[in-house]
Design a protein around this ligand. Structure first.
Ligand SMILES: [Mg+2]
Length: 234
């Protein structure tokens, strides 16, 4: 003995408004892809992208803009593929902002051999890669569960757990799984697995809202990354 080993953890980060601010590149690219592939567009009319998966956003928007439900699925993959091309180009032009404390927090977590760090995001995988590529952080994430894996965010935690098992041979359960995000949907998506939820108010939702959604820990941002690290790793 004599070696300090951290607690085993599977730590899963949301991307938009948790790790980075992509300045609306995702939303703009998705609207263009929808226009090209489904031939429709319109007002968002209060619709929010926050916390939803890319395929769910496409489905909601095209149905809101007059596409019949049974006509959505046939073009959904084409639309998401086109979106991924567009967002890659847009992000290369506009860049993304890494949110406060994230570089230090992710570095501390990835440096701990007991911790497996991954992504849990509504982004399709190609979009997730495009958004994180400019930050240099992509290689920090050993696995991911993406909007291209499941349209319902609630289905993503179990996919991440299975990928972590396949990758490491370790089975993560309950509070050894930590889901980090900026929306009530991030907070609730792992509740059925009894995960630990860490929320950060760097998106559209306040500390009060995220606490009300049932997060185990809530931060205004991760600028005090040591405190966040303690909450995640404890
Ligand atoms: Mg988010």
């Amino acid at each position: 003995m004599g070696i300090l080993v951290g607690m085993d953890r599977l730590v899963l980060f949301d991307i938009d408004c948790t790790l980075i601010d992509a300045g609306g590149a995702g939303g703009r690219s998705l609207m263009v892809a929808i226009r090209e592939v489904y031939g429709v567009g319109g007002s968002l009319d209060g619709y929010t992208f926050h916390g939803r998966t890319d395929p769910a956003i496409v489905r909601d928007l095209v149905m809101m803009w007059g596409i019949e439900g049974h006509e959505v699925d046939g073009r959904l993959d084409s639309c998401l593929d086109r979106y991924a091309e567009l967002v890659q180009t847009e992000v290369l032009e506009t860049g993304v902002t890494v949110l406060p404390g994230i570089r230090d927090l992710v570095a501390a977590l990835t440096g701990d051999p007991g911790i497996v760090v991954g992504l849990l995001t509504g982004n399709v995988e190609a979009g997730a890669r495009s958004k994180l590529h400019p930050t240099g952080l992509l290689s920090c994430f050993r696995l991911g569960a993406y909007g291209s894996d499941a349209e319902r965010r609630d289905d993503l935690p179990a996919i991440a757990v299975e990928r972590a098992r396949a990758l490491t041979g370790r089975t993560f359960t309950g509070k050894s799984i930590v889901v980090i995000g900026d929306t009530p949907a991030d907070v609730s998506c792992g509740a059925h697995l009894g995960v630990k939820s860490v929320a950060v108010a760097t998106g559209k939702h306040s500390v009060v809202e995220l606490a009300a959604a049932g997060a185990d820990h809530v931060f205004g941002d991760f600028s005090d990354w040591r405190e966040a690290h303690a909450a995640i790793a404890s």
